[in-house]
Design a protein around this ligand. Structure first.
Ligand SMILES: C[S@@+](CC[C@H](N)C(=O)[O-])C[C@H]1O[C@@H](n2cnc3c(N)ncnc32)[C@H](O)[C@@H]1O
Length: 196
């Protein structure tokens, strides 16, 4: 497991969330690991260190920050996500990850707004073993679920951040998954094991 203390500069996730993501990556079946919502690379660092070169990893983000929100994205009063915020270049993310001593040989960057990038990405990604969604918005979640859930292998995990804090994410998840099959990760997120 990557040093949680070292992650603090680039991640806002709790140690409990990072530990769970690490554990699920380690027990995921063979297949690709896909993260949607990368920003500075905090959770990507957890994923890369857990996979230790065994899986192909895909990091998907606009790398231009957030798109516009929609009426489905009703924020908690104390959180505001502006269009274009969380902007960072791919080189900036690479440098954050390399500064943590991580090897990026199996890491592929997938730039673009999901609405534009996912149709082609879904054609080439192959079977997915773990999907980490951390992109805060309803439309972003719906797009990812539409294109990538059909690619999950049996036993794959879908890990979703912000289920409890972004109402648009909760709405998209509740429209897609049986809520009885979601396992909470503290009050920060949920995961789903695909066993059909
Ligand atoms: C909360 S940040 C990700 C945080 C990151 N996982 C971490 O560990 O700190 C959300 C990211 O999702 C991206 N994002 C949100 N909606 C998107 C969309 N429709 N297409 C591409 N990127 C999107 C934003 O650019 C932003 O970098």
């Amino acid at each position: 497991m990557i040093d949680i203390k070292a992650l603090e500069k680039i991640s806002s996730h709790s140690p409990a969330y990072a530990n769970m993501l690490d554990a699920l990556c380690r027990i995921a079946p063979p297949g690709a690991i896909v993260e949607c919502g990368v920003y500075r690379g905090g959770s990507a660092a957890v994923i890369i260190s857990a996979c230790e070169g065994h899986n192909k990893i895909y990091l998907c983000d606009s790398f231009e920050g957030f798109p516009d929100h929609t009426p489905d994205d009703i924020y908690p009063a104390n959180i505001k996500v502006e269009k274009g915020s969380c902007k960072i270049t791919i080189d900036g993310v690479k440098s954050n990850l390399q500064n943590l001593g991580l090897n990026l040989k199996n890491v592929n960057f997938v730039p673009g707004f999901f609405e534009d990038s996912m149709p082609a990405f879904a054609e080439v990604v192959g079977p997915i073993a773990l999907l980490h969604f951390d992109a805060d918005f309803y439309n972003s979640a719906k797009t990812i679920f539409q294109y990538l859930l059909p690619k999950l292998v049996k036993g794959a995990f879908v890990v979703i951040h912000d289920y409890y804090s972004f109402l648009g994410v909760k709405k998209a998840v509740d429209e897609t998954f049986d809520s009885k099959k979601l396992t909470p990760i503290g009050q920060e997120g949920v995961y789903y094991e695909y066993n059909i």
